[in-house]
Design a protein around this ligand. Structure first.
Ligand SMILES: Nc1ncnc2c1ncn2[C@@H]1O[C@H](COP(=O)(O)OP(=O)(O)O)[C@@H](O)[C@H]1O
Ligand SMILES: [Mg+2]
Length: 189
């Protein structure tokens, strides 16, 4: 799948040579040292492809007292989410209990699960998860893995993750982002 039109872009004034592919039928795993530019790179992909949806690393925040159900309503109405999938994931993650809660009052784990549900329910073809396991308890981590297991045949999935032990039962395609002398490389390994 061709994601990047030009194979050169810049992160923090460093040239990034992009020479990787995303596989279908497996989980693509992007690894690299802290601060190498993984998050910056995947955010750039949003400009490059309309097919991409991202579960961001940082918590979902709202400026006022927006409730979870308000966000779901807006995203459903603007056709970003598959309504049927959304209802399924709300049930799978036992999340209906949080619909009336204000987004800013969710705990780290509750906020993280909401971001996972939104991305899993996206209508886009390429789903990217930036450090999705953060804040998750064992139950939610298990539910997320199970969701990936059922999803990777129908969507292209890219996960940015350091500790990948929870993914060990899934077929993985590893992509590495490394700083070489004066430039950054992204390549399959
Ligand atoms: N908002 C920002 N303003 C300035 N520099 C940033 C910002 N976000 C990230 N950076 C810098 O860009 C580099 C890459 O960051 P990031 O993409 O978050 O790395 P990674 O996700 O691989 O840990 C780092 O040096 C980081 O300090
Ligand atoms: Mg990051």
């Amino acid at each position: 799948m061709k994601l990047v039109e030009s194979n050169f872009l810049k992160i923090n004034d460093m040239n990034v040579s992009v020479d990787f592919f995303l596989k279908k039928d497996c989980i693509n795993l992007l690894r690299g040292a802290n601060g190498v530019g993984k998050t910056t790179f995947i955010i750039k992909l949003l400009d490059i492809s309309k097919k991409v949806s991202i579960c961001f690393q940082h918590r979902l925040a709202s400026i006022n007292s927006t409730r979870v159900k308000d966000i779901l309503k807006v995203l459903s109405e603007n056709n970003s989410l598959d309504k049927k999938s959304l209802d399924q994931y709300l049930e799978i993650f036992n999340y209906s209990q949080f619909l009336d809660r204000e987004v800013n009052e969710l705990s780290g784990g509750e906020n993280q699960v909401l971001k996972l549900i939104l991305n899993l329910s996206s209508k886009k073809d390429i789903l990217i998860f930036d450090e999705p396991a953060q804040y998750l308890d064992t139950t939610n981590l298990y539910l997320f893995c199970d969701a990936l297991l059922k999803k990777y045949n129908s969507k292209t999935i890219l996960i940015v993750e350091h500790n990948t032990s929870y993914l060990k039962n899934l077929p993985l395609e590893e992509i590495l982002m490394v700083k070489q002398e004066g430039h950054i490389e992204i390549k399959n390994v």
